[in-house]
Design a protein around this ligand. Sequence first.
Ligand code: ZN
Ligand code: ZN
Length: 269
Amino acid sequence: MTPAEAAELLAHCAAFDRRTIGEADARAWSRALHDVPLDDDTRGAVAEHYAHTDQWITVAQIRHLRARIRTGRIDAAHPVYDGQPGETGEQFIARRRAQITAAAEGALPERTITQAIGAGSEAKLLALAGAVGRSVDGEEPAPYVDEKTRTAMRSHLPGNRAALVELDVDCPNCRAAQRRLCRSSRGRELRGTVHGQRRDAYAVRHAQCPECGAPPSHACTTPEPHPARVRAATADRPMPNRRQLDRLMRTPPTPRENRARHTTGGQHR
Ligand SMILES: [Zn+2]
Ligand SMILES: [Zn+2]
């Protein structure tokens, strides 16, 4: 503000505190408030001060109170600037600043943080929450692989392998044929699991995709089947039974030195 404006501000203060004002005061305040305009917020800061105290206001208090008034408006408006396609970093900063200034001036309406981030009305959210866990058209989801098919597949798989329904398809990874266990790159049979590609192939062959709706034997819209489809395909995989668990717990792990000898010395166990 100019010395003339500072004089006007001091006159405003004198209305409250009856101070006498000289030219030196006006010049000093003008210099100290060189970057602060004489506007409603500056006058508001003076009024705010004298609403609470009889002590004479200082330049520092005017700055502080004016900033508080404006920050309060920014907080209430929750300005969000998402940027515009193709704008430069400088344009972004300039527009973001302009938006914050507009909020400080009170030019932006007050809004909640929810409105600011565009999360929609509470009613809309509540409506959505009620639909969580239900299928879109309101019907019961059909079983992805019907139980009869699955039982039929299990029945021709021997013993423990019945749990690995994926053995029903050839493995695209290790080329294990139908009903054969997958083999690791070293030729060892994988027990209790199959290669991921075989699991995918099984899901595509037998399950409908809950994500993109691809029917059995039809690929998903994506190069790899949707994870939901793979999960759905083996959703009812049976847990190992009590006896199998007991046997697993009783089987001691292969002693370390044996394995070391095997890999380094090539001796046969
Ligand atoms: Zn395999
Ligand atoms: Zn899919």
